[in-house]
Ligand binder design. Structure first.
Ligand SMILES: *[C@@H]1O[C@H](CO)[C@@H](O)[C@H](O)[C@H]1NC(C)=O
Ligand SMILES: *[C@@H]1O[C@H](CO)[C@@H](O)[C@H](O)[C@H]1NC(C)=O
Ligand SMILES: [Cu+2]
Length: 250
């Protein structure tokens, strides 16, 4: 029994790592396509194209250390110059995040945070100091499957609702897949964050904050050191890292 389930863990881990992960080359807002960061093309284009999805290093790999500065926005992001560009979305509207692919079996939640940028184009804001972040939406486990599998089976698309009551201004949207297929071991969880530069119009007067990347996630959090092979009841009881969605956003 124990031997069988450890084998399943090892097999799932191996299968997971030979498959490609994913990145976000496209967003869709109210039917309008907005280019994201295309790892296959953008790093090789001179001058580097300005994209609202922050550049990531030539790598669609994962982050395994939640205390790394990569955890804020993606691998190598803190060293790459973000572009002075945002896309506009009204508070209360939906941003569709279209991953190029996502492997089934990278079990885990999909977590979404925002942080207000101190300047209008977000270009100087790394988001890796202080506590500017707040959680806006999360999907964990429903109808017998993890949110990551639901994403993979939905044309690799996930819809994020921009809170209706936040103050207008520019924000980073931190959208993240957290893969738990190897998370039974300390350091085995895999983080795949992506940051999107938005100008939010309309809205209300709410200015939430309180979370830090790095800082909020700890390798020993029950939602990070977690065995996803214990069955339905345990998966339903899973508590993701980063706490609850900020109250009163909508
Ligand atoms: C980036 O990745 C591609 C595809 O794996 C590879 O062909 C290329 O050599 C890499 N470039 C750099 C600069 O690492
Ligand atoms: C599915 O994804 C592709 C690639 O991201 C996109 O071009 C296409 O419009 C999507 N289809 C639907 C129905 O959303
Ligand atoms: Cu993998």
């Amino acid at each position: 029994m124990l031997f069988g389930s450890s084998l399943a863990v090892v097999a799932a881990t191996l299968i997971g790592e030979v498959a490609a992960h994913g990145y976000v080359p496209l967003l869709r807002i109210n039917g309008k396509d907005v280019p994201g960061w295309d790892i296959a093309k953008d790093p090789y284009t001179t001058p580097q194209p300005l994209k609202v999805v922050r550049p990531t290093k030539n790598d669609s790999g994962f982050i395994s250390d939640p205390s790394s500065t990569d955890i804020t926005c993606s691998i190598g992001n803190s060293k790459l110059p973000p572009g002075p560009i945002t896309t506009t979305v009204a508070a209360g509207d939906t941003v569709q995040v279209l991953w190029n692919t996502w492997p089934i079996g990278h079990y885990g939640p999909v977590l979404n945070y925002m942080a207000k940028c101190p300047t209008s184009d977000c270009s100087t804001f790394k988001g890796d100091t202080g506590s500017p972040w707040f959680k806006i939406q999360q999907d964990v486990y429903a109808n017998g499957q993890w949110a990551s599998d639901t994403l993979a089976k939905s044309n690799f698309t996930y819809s994020v609702k921009i809170p209706s009551k936040i103050a207008p201004g520019s924000y980073l949207l931190r959208h993240e897949n957290l893969a738990l297929h190897a998370a039974s071991n300390l350091g085995g969880a895999q983080f795949y964050p992506v940051c999107i530069q938005l100008t939010v119009t309309g809205g209300g007067s709410l200015n939430p904050s309180g979370l830090s990347f790095p800082g909020t996630y700890k390798a020993t959090d029950p939602g990070i050191l977690f065995n996803p092979y214990q069955g339905e009841a345990a998966n339903k009881a899973y508590v993701p890292p980063g706490g609850n969605v900020y109250a009163g956003l909508n």
